[in-house]
Structures are given as C-alpha cells and as structure tokens.
Design a binder for this molecule. Structure first.
Ligand SMILES: C[S@@+](CC[C@H](N)C(=O)[O-])C[C@H]1O[C@@H](n2cnc3c(N)ncnc32)[C@H](O)[C@@H]1O
Length: 353
C-alpha cells in the first residue's frame, strides 16, 4: 500500500517509502515476535470451538485431502497440518514465520509425521515451493475478522501456490453488525458523579470527555445476547477462492436495522463467520458459544433511545491503517429515523480493551 501522494518528488518519495518500509518491517517483526510466544498458541488451542471447527472441516472432508498436497499458511504449532495428515494428505508444507517453527518441528516429530510435513520457517511471501498445492488451509482471522491483515498473505499464497481447481479451507468469510445497548455503560460513567459523595469535590464536567474516551476505544468482549437490539446485518462477505486483494482491503457497506423494542443504543457489535466445504461453519456470534475472538464493540459518543421498529441506518468502512497496516481504521456513520447523521471513527490498534 502506497502512503505517499503524487505531488511528492521521486527522491523524497523514495525516502518516505524507505521509512515506511522500515516501519512496516518493524511492525512485522513485532507481530511475529508475538506469535513466537507460547501464550498466544495456548489461547488458540484452548479455544475448542475454533480448533474443533477446523478439525471437523478437515476430517469430514477427508476425500478432498486423501493423497493430496496441502499448504498450511501460518502453521503455528502445526495443529492444522497434523489434522491434514490424519485426513490422508500426502504432503503438507507448513509455513510459519515466527520462531514457533522450531517447536513445530518437534511436534511433527513427536507425531511421527516428518515424512509428510515439511516445516518452512519464513514468511509465505518469501517462500518457494517445488510444486503447486491442491489445498490451502489457514487460520488467519483476527478480531473483527480483518485485524492483523493476515488474509492478504493467504490470498498471496493462493495466487502463487494453489492449483486452478484447488480448495481453500475456509472458503468463505463474512462479517456482521448489530446495534446494542450496553448495561455497563452508565456504570462506567458513575465515578464522575460519585466523586462528589466520596471526596466532596465535583468532577461532573468530566462526563462528556469520559463519553468521548469510551467511544474512541474498541472493546473486545463477549456480550450478553440481550444487549442486541435488532437482527444483524451482513456488511462483508468474501469467496476466498476468487476474492481479489482490493476487495478485502476495504470493506464498505450500508446497513439498516429495525429495532426490537424500547431501549437505549450505546453502540454496535460486530462478529464474523467462516465457512468450510461440507457446510461446516465457525461463528463468533454472540448467540453461540464463546470463542477467543469474543465480539468487537464500537461505542458511540451520544447514546440514543429507540422504540419498536425505530430505523437505524448508515454505513461502515473498515480498512488497514495507512501507517500501521496490521491495525484497522473504522468509520461508522449512523442515523436514527430521519435524524441527523453521526460520524464515529475508531482506530483498532494495540490499545484494545
Ligand atoms: C492465528 S495463528 C494460527 C496458528 C495455527 N495455524 C493454529 O491454527 O493454531 C497465525 C499464524 O500465522 C503466522 N503467520 C502470519 N502471517 C504469516 C506469513 N505472512 N507467513 C508465515 N506465517 C505467518 C503467525 O506467526 C501465526 O503463528
């Protein structure tokens, strides 16, 4: 992604590009250092909803895997590669850029699968394979589906390594949004009223600022179903076999909700699903069992009241942040019935709560 404008002279542009390149490399280094740590892999393996969805998808589709070659993009501990061999894969290329790859080698040996799983310790963008593969498996999803921007690497791998009639596991991803009431929102503001009782000084003037602070931070949490105030609306869906890079680099969609009943809207929640062949779906919906992704909550600045059938419409744009492309810029525009449009912007970076 280019960060400079046409008006910048070539030499300045080169300098800018070098800086951005160094920044990007540093960010990637931090990213892979994070995945070199055991804790994140423990969290993923503890998430049985996630891991069993992949296990079921691979084992139930054993006819697709039997005798075939597979590329596991971002193998981590190698768990998905092991499932692929259990399903009968002839050869799995397990590409992992972080230092975890050293441990993956040990795990593969422990399972006596060295002859079938080849660990390649580099970024998939830098890998060379001696053949094209029949299947790509990858667990690339981040919070709000696109946080981390790993899907770009998976599509890169698809275009370079997947046979024309090959399969993607998963092969579809979708993102949903719904308006919510947040029962904890008022509690969070209470302190600015309570200061008077506690210490006999007033801090009520902080309330508008506190609201702004709440609305700026993206919260990762499992919300109670009762908070949801209308049916969800799909804002993004991608066929991973055919989607282009540009389609996944900018999500832009309108939404419209009809509210269930009387409540206060404090924000919006997003969740995602990924689908595999043979009707297997992994969902992070608030209506099903918790996963380590939870849901993503975007609080608005000025909560508003709704009644049954109040309409909320608007649009959402999600794209990688220009200078830190693994993070996301989110712009949410919303309007109640014929009211004024409100615009909320969020940076989904490491300061998630
Ligand atoms: C979400 S984890 C999944 C790990 C494992 N497949 C699992 O399901 O438990 C993603 C892994 O992909 C690796 N990864 C991300 N981008 C990569 C890239 N471009 N090339 C190679 N590995 C990558 C990360 O280091 C991380 O270990």
């Amino acid at each position: 992604m280019s960060i400079f404008h046409r008006s910048i002279k070539p030499d300045t542009a080169t300098k800018e590009s070098e800086i951005s390149q160094t920044k990007k490399q540093k960010m990637d280094a931090d990213y892979f250092e994070n995945y070199g740590d055991i804790a994140i892999h423990e969290e993923m393996l503890r998430d049985k909803i996630r891991t069993n969805a992949y296990r079921m998808a691979i084992l139930k589709n054993y006819k697709k895997f039997y005798g075939k070659t597979v590329l596991d993009v971002g193998a981590g501990t190698g768990i998905l590669s092991l499932f692929c061999v259990q399903a009968g894969a002839k050869k799995v290329y397990a590409i992992e850029a972080s230092e975890m790859a050293e441990q993956t080698r040990r795990i593969v040996k422990e399972n006596e699968m060295e002859e079938r799983i080849e660990i390649i310790n580099c970024k998939v963008e830098e890998a060379e394979l001696s053949e094209k593969v029949d299947i790509i498996v990858s667990e690339w999803m981040g919070y709000n589906l696109l946080y981390e921007s790993m899907l770009e690497s998976v599509l890169f791998a698809r275009d370079k390594f997947l046979k024309k009639d090959g399969h993607m596991f998963p092969d579809r991803a979708s993102l949903y949004i719904a308006p919510i009431t947040d029962d904890d929102y008022t509690d969070r503001l209470c302190i600015w009223n309570d200061v008077e009782d506690f210490y006999k000084v007033s801090m009520k003037s902080m309330i508008p600022y506190a609201r702004r602070c709440i609305s700026k931070t993206v919260q990762i949490m499992c919300i109670p179903q009762e908070w949801i105030q209308s049916h969800g609306c799909q804002i993004f869906t991608s066929n991973l076999k055919t989607s282009s890079l540009s389609e996944i680099q900018k999500v832009q969609s309108n939404f419209e909700f009809k509210c269930f009943g009387h409540s206060t809207i404090h924000g919006f929640v997003t969740w995602f699903t990924v689908e595999f062949p043979d009707d297997i779906t992994l969902t992070t919906s608030p209506y099903t069992d918790e996963t380590h992704w939870s849901q993503t909550v975007l609080h608005i600045r000025d909560p508003f009241n709704v009644e049954q059938d109040t309409t909320i419409n608007g649009s959402i744009t999600i794209k990688p942040n220009d200078s830190k492309p693994r993070f996301l810029d989110i712009c949410l525009v919303h309007k109640k019935d014929d009211g004024h449009e409100k615009i909320e912007t969020f940076l989904m970076d490491e300061h998630l709560t």
